[in-house]
Design a protein around this ligand. Structure first.
Ligand SMILES: *Cc1c(COP(=O)(O)O)cnc(C)c1O
Length: 446
């Protein structure tokens, strides 16, 4: 294609028609692609149709990259790719109310003057964790970095080699320690660490003892680590703080739902840990946040750290977390969306699957009710799978093509392939979405 044959921006825009994206974004994309073409024009020949097709595909990709609701048929409840815990109606109502009006975020309504930020929430979280004090930052990683920076910059953090893990993408405990300016003091071996190992490592340079929940990693066989109580006793004797990064921090009894027990912040603190850190949007089922709970003196010290200001949450997060905490404290945890999903009885899932399968009679797919293996996800309870109910689809096209079509549906529907069958797990699909799912399957199949 000669330079002159490269279409004008305006012409291309006309040809594209309505793209569903703001015009300045489309103009920018067109300009970039045309500029790229001009660079290559001397070397290659490109048909004008191909130019339009290439721009259309870039725009389609951008549309798909806009944050939007998706229907999660993977059976993974706390899916980091899908924004972790979805929020329930009570929390959504809070977001609407607080986000849409002025509020007393930092105003003392009793005294009529500037007040503390989220003082009620901090107390509510402390009560929920059965401890003296609590506070909130942006996420659990931030909570840990804040604690390490504050208590351990330039000094040693004693941690078992078995806990130097990577959690999810880009969260590696040794790197977090280094980034916080703390020195790593590894003790024990990958599979065995004793309380004596900890004791021998503690000295003048020790800032704190850190224990980390292994999250999405587990060990079996010839393994040993001291109990939390033993480490806590040592920490008290040596007068160093003992911090545990719990990650998930379920406040409910997870065994109720037929999965393993996940240590709660309350029981961990009761065992003698001074501070725990955990996420707001994993098993707690709230918004993204990092909760720090434990001894009042330590929490207060962290809140005074200038770095705390850089990690603080906004009114939406704080109020959403406040409603979530209240739901638990009032015994209304069944209204926390994540708990609702976990608690959904298998018979109900089965009845819903029957409904979806019935709706697909006469469509080009073979649909049946299947068995799924749901997971909590988000690095929580990696050993626990719970039996779930799926809608199993055999379409008349390659499974990848069928999955791709469902992903490009509005809203996108995401499932998984197992043994030549496309599966949608109803545990993570909300009951109100069943009809949409059936329609999406029908559309994708034809
Ligand atoms: C998930 C997890 C984190 C990171 O939590 P974010 O809220 O995503 O920052 C940290 N530590 C542990 C043990 C975790 O499981």
């Amino acid at each position: 294609m000669s330079l002159r044959a490269i279409p004008q921006v305006e012409k291309v825009l006309q040809q594209l028609g309505d793209t569903g994206l703001p015009r300045p974004v489309v103009v920018a994309v067109v300009r970039r692609e045309l500029a790229e073409l001009r660079k290559r024009a001397a070397k290659t020949i490109i048909a004008p149709d191909a130019v339009i097709a290439s721009i259309r595909s870039t725009l389609a990709m951008l549309r798909a990259q806009r944050i939007q609701p998706v229907i999660n048929g993977t059976g993974i409840l706390v899916h980091t790719n899908f924004g972790r815990a979805p929020l329930g109606p009570r929390v959504l109502e809070t977001l609407r109310e607080i986000g849409g009006s002025y509020n007393n975020l930092e105003y003392d309504l009793t005294g009529g003057a500037r007040g503390g930020r989220a003082a009620y929430l901090e107390l509510a979280l402390a009560v929920l964790c059965g401890t003296e004090a609590a506070t909130v930052v942006n996420n659990c990683a931030a909570a840990l970095v804040l604690a390490l920076r504050h208590f351990a910059t330039g000094r040693e953090v004693v941690i078992s080699r078995g806990e130097l893990v990577q959690i999810g993408g880009g969260f590696r405990i040794p790197e977090i320690l280094e980034a916080s300016g703390a020195k790593l003091r590894e003790v024990g071996t990958t599979n065995k660490t004793t309380v004596g190992d900890y004791a021998r490592a503690i000295g003048k340079e020790t800032a704190l003892i850190l224990k980390v929940h292994r999250s999405n990693f587990f060990m079996g066989g010839f393994v040993e680590s001291p109990s939390t109580e033993e480490i806590a006793a040592l920490a008290r004797k040596k007068r160093v703080p003992f911090i545990e990064d719990l990650g998930s921090g379920a406040v409910i009894e997870t065994q109720r739902f037929g999965v393993e027990h996940e240590p709660t912040p309350a029981e961990t603190l009761k065992r003698g840990v001074d501070l725990v850190t955990f996420s707001g949007d994993k098993l707690l089922g709230g918004p993204q946040a990092g909760i720090i709970a434990g001894r009042a003196k330590l929490v207060a010290a962290l809140k005074r750290d200038p770095f705390f200001r850089a990690l603080r949450c906004d009114k939406l997060i704080l109020s959403a977390l406040q409603t979530t905490a209240d739901l638990y404290l009032n015994g209304d945890e069944s209204q926390v969306r994540l708990v609702t999903l976990l608690a959904e009885a298998r018979e109900k899932l089965r009845a819903r699957a029957d409904g979806v399968v019935a709706a697909l009679v006469g469509t080009p797919v073979k649909a049946s009710v299947g068995i799924g293996r749901g997971q909590v996800g988000g690095g929580t309870l990696p050993r626990s799978q719970f039996e779930s109910v799926t809608v199993d689809i055999v379409p008349r096209m390659p499974l990848e093509e069928f999955a791709r079509r469902l992903r490009s549906h509005t809203p996108p529907v995401i499932g998984y392939v197992e043994r030549g069958v496309f599966k949608l797990d109803l545990r993570t699909i909300f009951p109100a979405q069943d009809d949409v799912v059936a329609k999406a399957i029908e559309l994708a199949a034809t």
